[in-house]
Design a protein around this ligand. Structure first.
Ligand code: DP6
Length: 370
């Protein structure tokens, strides 16, 4: 497939207005995306678990404009309040996707959004937020196409096309967002390791996954809820001319090949080693960029050390991963939840800002609300 497969016809419809709502989850990468080319094409493939509880819920209302003008017309609300500072990101998103969504200038949009996690939690809401918006736009396109007087090809209405294009659009909003449309394991980025993988959108992981990963748990420890000093976009950019970039990109392919074996065998020791190494490599790339930066906080390291000593003492299968921030994602199998949660409460909560953490687990993707 190429991006041309996602270019739509201009619909000719009489639909004046409407409203659609989607709930879309966040996701946690095990093999990380860090470094991108033009048009949000990743430098290396990534693999993530879709989450279940950390979600964005977005309602998109649309009204046909009286007169066509050259601008995009939209308002964004978060938790009922007008959010002017969200505008630039959405403006850029609309500019990037306009050629694939020809109705964007014909309608005025009201975007009402809320998250199930606190906005100031330091959790990246761009994956759930951009995927929810992309899905809403796909639903609008589907409504318009269904009423169009211009013939629309039959396969336009397939679920497969819908999900692929939603992921494709979400990617243009935020790379990792393309992995939030479906669940439970998603791969994004072209690699010989995974059949059908592509740089254009996320695909469902096509191989067997061992029962050990069923309902896999992710407890997110909120170490620092403040604004990050360096955004992901800037961090990705610093991978250009990075001294270790070439090896890192190659390593991601190798780690995916290893993870494929691990996901099939259910070898949790190997799983823990691989995901922790990926997390630390991501942060090592940040520390060795020029300019260099550190997103971990002292409490991030305290937690990592506690996890390592608890794992050694208890023999339980607990590990961590990190996003581009200070928060720690604690990963463990569902049947060890009781012991691990006990450990989190007694030993790790002290390192969380205001004692806050969020219990989540592997999930199955976005859903439309009627
Ligand atoms: C560290 O998807 O937030 O979470 O494409 O610039 O929006 P943009 O970046 P973003 O980068 C996320 C990077 C990561 C790893 C990952 O999710 O794979």
């Amino acid at each position: 497939m190429t991006e041309h497969d996602f270019v739509s016809l201009t619909y000719d419809t009489n639909i004046q207005d409407g409203k659609v709502t989607w709930e879309s989850p966040s996701n946690i990468a095990l093999v990380k995306y860090w470094g991108k080319k033009k048009d949000q094409i990743p430098e290396n493939p990534s693999l993530s678990f879709t989450l279940s509880n950390c979600k964005t819920i977005t309602t998109l209302s649309f009204t046909k404009k009286e007169t066509l003008d050259k601008s995009f017309t939209f308002e964004v609300y978060l938790d009922g309040g007008l959010k002017e500072d969200f505008r630039p990101k959405i403006q850029t998103f609309f500019e990037r996707i306009e050629q694939y969504m020809p109705f964007l200038r014909q309608y005025a949009f009201k975007i009402e959004t809320k998250n199930t996690f606190p906005h100031s939690s330091g959790i990246a809401s761009s994956a759930s937020g951009m995927s929810a918006l992309a899905l809403c736009l796909m639903s609008v396109e589907k409504l318009l196409a269904a009423e169009s007087t211009v013939q629309v090809p039959e396969d336009f209405f397939s679920a497969n096309y819908f999900n692929q294009k939603a992921s494709f659009l979400a990617r243009l909003g935020s790379g990792s967002a393309c992995r939030s449309i479906e669940g439970d394991v998603i791969v994004w980025g072209n690699t010989v390791v995974i059949e059908g993988s592509t740089d254009l959108f996320g695909i469902k992981y096509p191989y067997q996954v061992h029962g050990n990963f069923e309902n896999y748990q992710d407890t997110i420890l909120l170490v620092d809820k403040g604004e990050k000093q360096v955004s992901s976009t800037v961090g990705h950019d610093l991978m250009h001319n990075h001294p270790y970039a070439k090896n890192r990109f190659r390593q991601a392919h190798d780690n995916l090949a290893d993870l494929k074996v691990i996901l099939e065998s259910g070898d949790l020791n190997a799983f823990n080693a691989l995901v922790e190494s990926e997390a630390l490599t991501l942060h090592a790339m940040m520390m060795t960029s020029m300019p260099y930066f550190i997103l971990m906080k002292p409490n991030t390291l305290e937690i990592i050390n506690k996890i390592w000593s608890f794992r050694q003492k208890s023999g339980l299968h607990i590990s961590f991963t990190l996003d581009a921030g200070a928060n720690v994602h604690v990963l463990y199998p569902q049947d060890q939840s009781q012991e691990v949660l006990q450990f989190i409460k007694s030993e790790l909560v002290a390192y969380c800002q205001n004692g806050h953490y969020i219990c989540d687990q592997i999930g199955f993707g976005a859903i439309q609300n009627q």
